[in-house]
Design a protein around this ligand. Structure first.
Ligand SMILES: NC(=O)c1ccc[n+]([C@@H]2O[C@H](COP(=O)([O-])OP(=O)(O)OC[C@H]3O[C@@H](n4cnc5c(N)ncnc54)[C@H](OP(=O)(O)O)[C@@H]3O)[C@@H](O)[C@H]2O)c1
Length: 253
């Protein structure tokens, strides 16, 4: 599928991976609907791309049907949905409040599931359509101090794969992009900076390029960087060895 002339919706377009993805889609010729909460940043990006700004808090999941109508009203159709917006939370699980848990689940899982559900009828009318989910290596390996975040990213991953099976034979193709550590405001916002010396954070433009690859080549999954597939394979094939190695070298970020 070529993005030129399509209508692409990007959530979390005001920052980091979403902003880089919006710019990459603009350069590829897509017309954009830019979603987020930060109106100033979204307006600046709209100025660069000619995109339409739609604002709203994805934690307010009851408002998602109205949000989908607002999105659809901008160009009258939608071909590409990039479910990218997300929020982290890092620290001991016992220190999370019920509100923290709810927010991490709603923004990272309920919102993309509901937005996809609301836009699917419109996507299905298009000759070719794509839904890409930005998940996380945390959802494929498990991370200490990020148990709820890891769980919801794992849930999103399996939702995406299930939907991909369910929609095979239709014009709507589903993919996931699985980033490792990315140099964005994500860590500052979650309240704990990334302090490990490796893996080194990659630029948001690398994740944007992976989203474009998933769209163009109908890729079911793209890891960034590609070697991240390795711990996932080891976890699947040799779970005992994986746990020993994770306890020694990783397991937190
Ligand atoms: N950075 C990493 O290392 C990393 C690694 C793996 C996966 N990811 C995933 O990549 C995605 C993008 O993250 P990022 O690294 O680009 O982080 P970021 O710079 O903090 O951007 C997060 C984006 O999500 C939006 N967002 C957050 N909460 C929202 C809410 N309640 N309602 C509406 N929008 C909301 C923000 O919009 P506003 O600021 O306008 O509210 C912002 O545009 C997330 O799903 C994250 O889980 C990141």
């Amino acid at each position: 599928m070529r993005p030129r002339g399509t209508v692409a919706v990007v959530t979390g377009a005001s920052s980091g991976i979403g902003a880089a993805t919006a710019l990459a889609l603009h350069e590829a010729g897509a017309r954009l609907v830019l979603h987020g909460r930060d109106t100033e940043r979204l307006a600046a990006l709209a100025g660069r791309t000619g995109g339409q700004v739609v604002t709203g808090d994805l934690a307010d999941t009851a408002a998602i049907p109205a949000l989908a109508q607002d999105i659809l009203g901008r160009f009258g159709e939608v071909d590409i949905l990039v479910n990218n917006a997300g929020v982290g939370w890092a620290g001991p699980f016992g220190e999370m409040t019920a509100a923290d848990v709810r927010r991490v689940i709603d923004v990272n899982l309920t919102a993309p599931v509901e937005l996809t559900r609301a836009l699917l009828p419109a996507l299905r009318t298009r000759p070719a359509a794509r839904v890409v989910f930005v998940t996380s290596i945390a959802g494929r390996t498990a991370v200490a101090g990020e148990s709820v975040y890891s769980a919801v990213k794992a849930g999103l991953d399996v939702f995406a794969d299930s939907l991909r099976f369910e929609l095979s034979g239709t014009t709507v193709k589903i993919g996931v992009v699985v980033p490792g550590v990315v140099d964005t405001e994500f860590f500052a916002r979650r309240g704990r900076p990334y302090e490990r010396s490796s893996p080194k954070p990659v630029g948001a433009d690398r994740i944007a390029a992976a989203v474009l690859r998933a769209i163009r080549d109908d890729r079911a999954e793209v890891y960034v960087p590609a070697w991240l597939r390795l711990p996932v394979v080891i976890r699947g094939v040799l779970p005992g060895m994986y746990r020993t190695l994770a306890a020694r070298f990783g397991g937190s970020s």
